[in-house]
Ligand binder design. Structure first.
Ligand SMILES: Cc1ncc(COP(=O)(O)O)c(C=O)c1O
Length: 359
């Protein structure tokens, strides 16, 4: 039976909300009223295989040729489309662990044979090419990673990405890098790994780091032949995007620095709060990153699912259960939405931990 659902997405849509919502992954919404250079909206436009001004704006942002850009409805559809274009049923796909569940679910939906390679907690969740080498075979078609890593926000340097690219090339595979969080590296933001070599395929969008999720402005970067094949495949899926969203996306892409800076202030302040919280709770293990909108916390010595259920019912606070990352002793929390809410959410987590009978 094909895999036709995502438990995580269903949970996120139906059970993640709370007055103190730390179950987020991206920054707070960017209001339309604050978008500089508001475009005149129109309902229909000249969009076939891409809307030319949007193709050019995405290409310019990424430092690539517009022929390499395939527009898609968010990174979600970008990941789906990329996998649909690259995989045949039975193909072997290697995916990092812990992983964003939708990446695994999409590969399973393609009827791929999914194998995992570890990002080890004791190594700070760094990507380790040796872990990939252990599971790589001549049948491997795709290696899937996130950069920044969801859930830990750990950054993978280009030197390691190049090694992974070499591994992929040695068996004729490709590397799919989901970069939806990469621009949350606010200083010396790395260039897209698409530029590292032809085996790299990259997905991204303006959702998590810019607060523009509603525009569904996502894209795939792939070499032109593959990009054309993806456009043709997309005719079977979304075919034509909503034109008003394309117009707004072009306007947003012209002002990304302003939009990102607004969110950064909240993310940076929340990270300070998080550091203070972790200092008060030395038993909680978490990689400390200087960037990213999510953090992954190991809560030792308690049943995390029942703790989170009580946190939500008694303390009106939510966080993502680690079981969605196949790490049941962990929780993921999100930064960048609202400083006061984040601080109060952390305070309530402290209260709930203090009330734990076993601690
Ligand atoms: C790694 C990763 N990729 C993709 C997405 C979905 O992005 P979008 O909202 O652009 O579809 C998420 C959302 O949480 C994510 O964490």
């Amino acid at each position: 039976m094909r895999h036709r659902h995502s438990d995580y997405m269903h949970w996120a849509k139906t059970q993640s909300r709370a007055p103190f919502n730390l179950a987020t992954s991206g920054v707070g919404s960017f209001p339309l009223a604050e978008l500089p250079g508001q475009p005149a909206l129109e309902i229909n436009g000249d969009s076939t295989y891409g809307y030319a001004p949007l193709q050019q704006a995405i290409a310019a942002k990424c430092g690539v040729d517009p022929d390499c850009v395939v527009a898609a409805a968010g990174t979600s559809m970008a990941n789906h489309l990329a996998m649909a274009a690259l995989l045949e049923p039975g193909d072997e796909v290697l995916i990092e662990h812990p992983a964003y569940e939708l990446l695994v679910a999409a590969a399973l939906y393609m009827e791929a044979r999914v194998k995992c390679f570890a990002r080890l907690e004791e190594n700070g969740y760094a990507l380790d090419p040796d872990q990939i080498r252990r599971v790589l075979t001549p049948r491997t078609k795709l290696i899937v990673i996130t950069n920044l890593h969801n859930p830990t926000s750990v950054l993978t340097p280009d030197s390691v990405l190049r090694e992974i690219g070499d591994l992929a090339r040695s068996v004729g595979a490709r590397v799919l890098v989901d970069e939806v969080y990469l621009d949350a590296v606010y200083e010396d933001t790395p260039r897209t790994s698409y530029l590292l070599g032809p085996e790299f395929i990259v997905t991204n969008s303006l959702t998590k780091v810019y607060g523009l999720s509603g525009l569904r402005c996502g894209w795939i970067l792939a070499e032109p032949d593959l990009a054309r094949a993806m456009w043709r495949l997309n005719d079977l899926f979304g075919s034509i995007p909503a034109h008003p969203a394309e117009l707004l996306s072009v306007a947003a892409l012209a002002h990304l620095d302003v939009i990102r800076a607004r969110a950064r202030r909240v993310v940076d302040a929340d990270r300070v709060q998080l550091a203070e919280f972790l200092a008060r709770h030395p038993s909680i293990c978490s990689p400390r990153t200087k960037f990213g909108t999510t953090a992954f916390l190991r809560l030792s010595g308690l049943d995390v699912d029942s703790f989170l259920a009580r946190l939500r019912s008694d303390y009106e606070t939510s966080a993502v259960p680690g079981r969605f990352f196949e790490m049941p002793g962990h929780v993921r929390i999100g930064m960048g939405v609202d400083g006061a809410m984040f601080a109060e959410g952390l305070r309530r987590i402290s209260l709930a931990l203090a009330a734990q009978p076993s601690r």
